[in-house]
Ligand binder design. Structure first.
Ligand code: ATP
Length: 199
């Protein structure tokens, strides 16, 4: 499995559609300060479901949409597509190539698609969760983040390891199931009350 192409449209400083073709192995992005190198990394995190505006170096989520320049008006939407080569079947999906797309409209939420079919954020997270490209994005190490790891408490460090080992996915499934169970118990109590009243 490797990242094959990344396409940005209206994402941060990338107003026009821009596609980067990546090869297996190491890819370096070079350029002057402020030319958009970190924006490429932000796009990677964003398309994989990043939910924190701060992690994307913005104040609010909409800040990822091209805000305009002196010569170009702002855009109404941002879109990023990431194509992953899955010839080795590392991702649990029956395709040799998987394209994840995330779109955001000004004033609206995000839309996700896997190979062109609309899906939920949860589907993207589940697809990637065993690949090491997990929800907590420990595969993306931003400037100054090493410091955070070094200064983390033992509990936080355990979280990093659990994410890398794929344990967190099961912990979250368990949390979702427990929430549903709680809801069901509430419904059951309500039904019991109603049947009591009918008798
Ligand atoms: P450095 O080497 O200094 O870290 P860099 O190449 O990583 O720089 P980035 O931080 O990726 O640069 O890009 C910063 C540029 O992106 C700034 O010029 C900023 O104005 C622009 N930018 C960020 N968000 C938007 C947006 N929503 N719309 C338009 N431009 C944006």
């Amino acid at each position: 499995m490797y990242l094959k192409t990344l396409t940005l449209r209206g994402f941060k400083s990338f107003a026009s559609a821009t596609t980067m073709r990546l090869e297996p192995g190491i890819t370096c992005v070079v350029g002057p300060n402020g030319s958009g190198k970190s924006n490429v990394v932000d796009a990677l995190a964003w398309v994989m479901g990043e939910q924190g505006a701060k992690s994307l170096r913005g104040g609010k989520m909409e800040d990822v949409i091209f805000a305009g320049t002196a010569g170009r008006p702002p855009l109404g939407r941002a879109e990023v597509s990431l194509t992953i080569d899955n010839a080795d079947g590392a991702l649990p999906i029956d395709y040799t190539e998987v394209t994840i797309t995330r779109t955001m409209f000004r004033g609206g939420g995000s839309e996700y698609a896997i190979n062109g079919t609309a899906c939920r954020l949860l589907d993207v997270q589940e697809l990637l969760s065993d690949s090491g490209l997990g929800r907590e994005m420990h595969v993306i190490v931003g400037q100054g983040q090493l410091d955070t790891v070094l200064r983390a408490t033992p509990e936080e460090r355990r979280g990093f390891i659990e994410e890398a080992a794929g344990v967190l996915k099961h912990r979250r499934r368990k949390e979702r199931t427990l929430r549903k169970l709680e809801q069901m118990e509430g419904n059951l109590t309500r039904v019991q009350d109603l049947t009591g009243e009918i008798r």
